[in-house]
Ligand binder design. Structure first.
Ligand code: HEM
Length: 394
């Protein structure tokens, strides 16, 4: 039985207005593979309980939580296919417990486990996972490292990874508890390669769901593939990965001191959208489609400049290619930026061509530099009594 014990209608609708547009709550919950609850009308923006079971893993198209840590692991050299199966069984049992507010098996600090903290633990398999004996032929089509881009300055400490755990919750205490338990679970088979904390504010001052802002102050996540679940954009139909997806993680440093030297008007032209409302410079509100043909009456120039990020990333400029973005902010001793995360059915066909187009001409490149990069296959969700990755490893 799929349970969402505490979820608000506002939360679900706030998952990304685009993704939910035109769907009633029940339809959207059905699309997520999760049940509705009698508490569905309770207005709150956090405090959810996401089911660890379902067609898809939580943490892809579920509402974006406030606190995040992505942890990538390197597999030990002696790990074989059977060991991967053991690792995923152990890990899956504890993921199910933690998401349901129960402690990990045998944990000495069970009081740390809390229900209704909107926890999800998204598991991904990097290219090195498929180097293990017998798995090479199972590498999903299109899943590949991102080729070098001219604006990259990749650092090894943020790049690669054989296994990903992306833990999300309402607060960092819950995230860090889950990290402690799950890192211990995988320790016999894998060691931490990198870990990145991120955060997101998906509510306004009244607690109402909003799209959220990155650290350039832009509303980010508006044009997130409406109906992506249904049109082959997001979910894979390929072999064992069917029902799963592919994830690109790019740690993108943002040069805030230089950005701050721009006027608001200049900032808006770089993006092609307004800073206050997120509306396209061609007019309307945040959710109005871009009018790429619109011109400014005053000077006859395109209302959305030819090198604006929103124009160059737009599906109509990219042969219809789309992706489902789930960026989170970071700010730490290394600097400030966006942990840009994009899900799609096929990285080679979706992310890479769009990234190349942006690398060539995007005005935003002047203030952004990718300093980390990783790719992961995201298995489908687990069934109750099953485990994540079973369809590949069993
Ligand atoms: C720090 C780097 C980046 C920042 C600050 C940024 C910011 C934004 C913002 C503010 C929007 C407009 C609002 C929205 O629709 O969400 C947007 C749209 C978009 N961005 Fe980015 N972005 C960054 C990097 C990237 C990268 C690396 C890609 C892919 C290679 C990308 C792909 C897209 C796409 C596909 C859209 C939606 C276009 C549409 O359908 O209208 N972005 N981005």
């Amino acid at each position: 039985m799929l349970v969402m014990s505490s979820v608000s209608r506002r939360n679900v609708l706030g998952a990304g207005a685009g993704a939910v547009a035109g769907l009633g709550l029940a339809a959207h919950m059905a699309a997520l593979g999760r049940g509705t609850s009698s508490e569905a009308a309770r207005p709150q923006s956090s405090g959810q309980s996401l089911s660890p079971f379902g067609a898809h893993q939580a943490g892809v198209d579920t509402p974006v939580a406030a606190a995040h840590e992505l942890i990538a692991f390197t597999l030990h050299d002696d790990v074989d296919r059977a060991a991967l199966g053991r690792m995923m069984r152990v890990c899956s049992t504890d993921i199910a417990a933690l998401m349901q507010g129960r402690p990990a098996a045998g944990d000495t600090l069970p009081d740390m486990a809390q229900p209704n903290v909107s926890m999800s633990v998204l598991v991904g398999f990097g290219p090195g996972f498929f180097d293990v004996d017998g798995l090479r032929s199972e590498l999903p089509a299109g899943m590949q490292e991102i080729p070098p881009m001219q604006h990259d300055a990749l650092q090894p400490e943020w790049t690669g990874g054989d296994l990903l755990l992306w833990i999300s919750a309402d607060d960092f205490t819950s995230v860090t508890y889950a990290k402690r338990c799950l890192t211990r679970d995988v320790a016999p088979w894998a060691s931490v390669r990198w870990a990145q904390q991120g955060f997101w504010r998906g509510t306004d001052a009244q607690g109402q769901p909003v799209t959220g802002r990155n650290l350039f102050g832009q509303i980010d996540g508006t044009a997130n593939a409406t109906g992506a679940s249904f049109d082959g954009t997001l979910w894979s139909t390929d072999g064992w990965l069917a029902g799963g997806t592919q994830l690109v993680v790019r740690r993108i440093a943002m040069d805030l001191p230089e950005w701050d030297k721009l006027t608001r008007h200049q900032m808006e032209k770089v993006m092609g959208r307004r800073l206050d409302s997120g509306a396209p410079l061609s007019g309307g509100t945040e959710s109005t489609p871009l009018d790429l043909m619109a011109v400014n009456p005053a000077d006859g120039q395109p209302a959305i400049p030819l090198d604006a990020h929103a124009r160059l990333a737009h599906p109509s400029e990219n042969n219809g290619r789309r992706m489902h973005r789930r960026g989170i902010n970071y700010s730490d001793h290394t600097g400030t930026g966006l942990i840009f995360n994009a899900f799609q059915a096929n990285i080679a066909k979706q992310f890479i061509p769009v990234q190349r187009a942006l690398d060539d001409a995007d005005a935003l490149n002047q203030w952004t530099t990718a300093v980390g990069s990783a790719v992961f296959a995201i298995p489908r969700g687990m069934v109750e009594g099953g485990w994540i990755g079973q369809e590949l490893l069993a």
